[in-house]
Design a protein around this ligand. Sequence first.
Ligand code: G
Ligand code: G
Ligand code: MN
Ligand code: NA
Length: 255
Amino acid sequence: LNLEQDLRQALPNGELELYYQPVVTSGAQQPVAVEALIRWNHPVMGLLPPDQFIPLAEENDLIFSLGAWVLQEACRQLSVWRRLWPELRVSINVSSRQFTQTDFASSVAQALAVHHLPASALELEVTETATLDTESLGDYAALMSAGLQLAVDDFGTGYSSIVRLFELPVGILKIDRSLVAALIPSQDRRRSTLPLIRSFVTYARESGLQVTAEGVETPEQLEVLKQAGCDLIQGFLIARPASAAQTERWLRQTT
Ligand code: G
Ligand code: G
Ligand code: MN
Ligand code: NA
């Protein structure tokens, strides 16, 4: 079994699929966006989650063709959904290698144009903010003034540089689910991450950023996050990542 060889064939064989997870407002819990999360329907091993093949794709150049497919497919699906939900947005996960690739910004512009989407319909989630240089960010300036949103994913983990954040044109902070999981201490000895999350919200408010809490699994967590001022909520409590068909059913039932 050679996973790398198989992954090269996955794209031409049509084995890649996008799942979607809704992002809702913390108040009325209305969907505002869906996050595209890639899956691989491996012919032998079945449905594989991204952590089993994204790192491999990042080691070789497969991440570029894979990332280009994600961009196209997410835009295509969103353009279909926006006929029913005109304000819905999609966010895609972009690895830093891909983000700093010379022609990625122009392929974003092209994908938006092909699918008749405004730049404000798309969010790019980046994790390793420390690796984003000012030079490559310049490529996105036109798109960002047209409304393209940049989100810092997994915020509060080692990958995001707080210092760098002050310099980046980021519009959304996605609080990592490990911080949400430690929000309500399970034993009296464990401290809560609530003060930390509150400080992120304060910073975000003063800087005009939105805050999404990820990995929300319980009504108690939702309530605390809402009180703390988190704008947007994502997690199993709202909906698990699901196929496009299942997500569409969820959207119909929820809106
Ligand atoms: O869907 P799941 O929770 O298993 O995703 C695990 C990780 O894989 C997440 O950190 C997510 O950012 C990453 N991921 C999911 N889809 C994509 C994708 O299309 N491209 C990249 N680069 N990473 C992705
Ligand atoms: O790093 P990123 O935020 O892109 O990761 C998204 C991943 O988080 C997906 O693989 C998704 O399956 C997972 N996820 C989403 N919501 C929850 C949740 O409420 N609990 C847990 N444990 N994982 C979640
Ligand atoms: Mn993400
Ligand atoms: Na995350």
